[in-house]
Unconditional design. Sequence first.
Length: 123
Amino acid sequence: MEAHTQTHLKQLRELLEYRRAELRADVAADQENSADPQRASVRDAAQGLRDREELESVAAAIDRLDRGVYGDCIECEEPIAFERLFVQPAAVRCAPCQAKHEHAHRMTPSIVKPLSGDLDTSR
């Protein structure tokens, strides 16, 4: 990751560590809430899952920083722009590769088939 300066890396590490602390607190609160059925809800469970997944992504980014491979795109292996990392510090792809990835993995709506009795085939 030679394209990023040590100052950039320090800023990004601080962002990641701050976010990790926030997420750890959120996950702990989510676990407390899920223990109380009166407070638990489907929405809370979904938020808890998102928090845990983001925590894993942030921890993986810190690990990449520690190993000296942070900021390189996993697709094209080019450096990810600092501006992208600043707004999405756990990013693993550069913006062009992320766009391609999202396009390739976009959910397409399934075709809804009418029930056999709902379709008048006499015409």
